[in-house]
Design a protein around this ligand. Structure first.
Ligand code: SF4
Length: 316
């Protein structure tokens, strides 16, 4: 029966895209959990090097809102956040994930110390660092490449959109060109690249969001994170929205666009997330993003209804 057939190969359930969970279980034979860490960096868009005040959507926690123990030292943060993950999942394998701010924006010695604190532990299968393209250079990439010979190093790069006008509106102080410049260096460095984009950015239409995927498809990357723009309290974006509300995507619109993006991605790109993680009391809008499970179920349902799957329309 056609309704029982899933044509997408990289899955062990009804998903029609490759989840991170699927990739990790296939690679390590078990559930692996990411453990969020805050290494107390800042970023060039906050310390005045490029800008002050940060990107319009970013909270004062630097896009790392779920770490309860961020004030503690790294070892303690890891132990406490690992316990939280183990209450959720039965797992003994972990990826320390330096999430807050730009984790390659600092001296090489600090980056070395962060990585070496964890990379030799048996339970650690990889290390992940969130950063921006303009916080990477040849020296840092060479260092990360060295560690990638021991265990995979994931670099999570905030791209948000390939549209420079939107980036300017968001006070991102970075252009798509910054990624284009660094991409060839990253490709040669054996690093696992996860790109982060946001759908529903102010004044972006479907065409622009699909173009972001087309633009990214020209480069090599292993994974992508996509989520709906959520406006957080005490951000510049909240002020902009309150002064002059711009259109936010409805859940159905987000689902329709996201499915089109999945269809246009390479079949084997890992989809690390399709939902954001805002804390309810900090959220201004839209509220539908809070029900993550419903959103993911609705995406699965819609993909099945359309009989489509990741990579169906991929073109290079
Ligand atoms: S989103 Fe990243 S680059 Fe932008 S202000 Fe926040 S930490 Fe800095």
């Amino acid at each position: 029966m056609i309704e029982d057939m899933n044509p997408y190969p990289y899955t062990f359930d009804n998903k029609r895209y490759q989840t991170f969970n699927y990739y990790l279980k296939k690679t390590y034979g078990a559930k692996v959990a990411k453990v969020i860490l805050d290494a107390h960096f800042t970023c060039p868009n906050r310390d005045g090097t490029k800008g002050i005040g940060g990107c319009a959507f970013c909270s004062n926690k630097g896009s790392g809102d779920a770490n309860l123990f961020s004030k503690e030292d790294l070892k303690l943060q890891y132990l406490e956040n690992k316990k939280i993950m183990q209450r959720k999942w039965d797992t003994e394998l972990f990826i320390p994930y330096f999430q807050n701010f730009s984790n390659t924006y600092g001296p090489l010695d600090k980056i070395k110390m962060m990585i070496e604190e964890f990379i030799f532990q048996e339970e650690v299968v990889a290390i992940a660092l969130a950063t921006r393209s303009d916080c990477l250079d040849e020296e840092k990439i060479t260092l990360l490449k060295k560690y990638s010979a021991i265990k995979p190093i994931w670099l999570e790069l905030g791209i948000e959109t390939s549209n420079d006008q939107t980036l300017e509106f968001l006070n991102r102080q970075e252009r798509f060109e910054d990624f284009k410049k660094i991409a060839p260096l990253l490709e040669g460095a054996n690093l696992k690249l996860c790109l982060h984009i946001i759908n529903g950015l102010p004044y972006e239409n479907e065409e622009m969001m699909l173009k972001t995927i087309q633009d990214l498809n020209r480069y090599h990357f292993s994974a992508i994170k996509i989520h709906m723009l959520h406006i957080l309290k005490d951000t510049k974006l909240a002020d902009i929205y309150q002064a002059k509300p711009f259109k936010l995507l409805s859940k159905d619109e987000y689902i329709a666009i996201t499915i089109k993006q999945l269809e246009r991605l390479k079949k084997d790109v890992i989809i690390e997330r399709l939902s954001g993680d805002p804390i309810e009391k900090e959220l201004v809008a839209p509220t539908w993003v809070l029900n993550k499970r419903q959103l993911l179920n609705d995406i699965d349902k819609k993909m099945k209804e359309l009989d489509t799957y990741q990579g169906r329309l991929y073109e290079y």
